[in-house]
Design a protein around this ligand. Structure first.
Ligand SMILES: [Zn+2]
Length: 131
């Protein structure tokens, strides 16, 4: 199991934990961008087949993936098998992946970097930029 999964379970939050979770927030924003590119490539392949466009998007995707933490990336790939691996949160605290509300306390801990920004219901990464 990756170290990312173990966070938020202990009774104490050390400064290094906070630093790590904040770093995860930044990785998630990259994942969101990656996910959008992967959708563009998929659509381009459906419409045009393999083309210079899908190839150049593919190159961008490879570049992005190289810049993302490997643990985070492998989790993202695992979740993405069943739909989007990263979703935004509705401003009222609803996960846009599973449409369930995320408890305010959890949201507070996520935005302050004390716990992982991961939906407690569906396990998708949550982008917290717009809350
Ligand atoms: Zn969810």
């Amino acid at each position: 199991m990756s170290a990312w999964l173990e966070s938020g379970t202990g009774p104490t939050v050390t400064p290094s934990t906070i630093h790590r979770e904040s770093a995860l927030l930044a990785e998630i924003e990259k994942l969101l961008e990656l996910q959008e590119l992967e959708i563009v490539r998929k659509e381009s392949r459906i419409v045009h087949g393999e083309s210079p466009t899908s190839e150049s998007v593919g190159n961008k995707i490879e570049t992005m993936r190289a810049g993302i933490n490997k643990d985070v990336l492998s989790r993202y790939d695992r979740i993405s098998v069943h739909g989007p691996g990263v979703v935004r949160i509705h401003k009222h605290g609803m996960c846009l992946g599973c449409n369930l509300a995320i408890p305010q306390g959890d949201l507070n801990r996520m935005t302050t970097g004390k716990t992982e920004p991961v939906c407690p219901h569906c396990g998708r990464f949550l982008s917290l930029l717009e809350i």
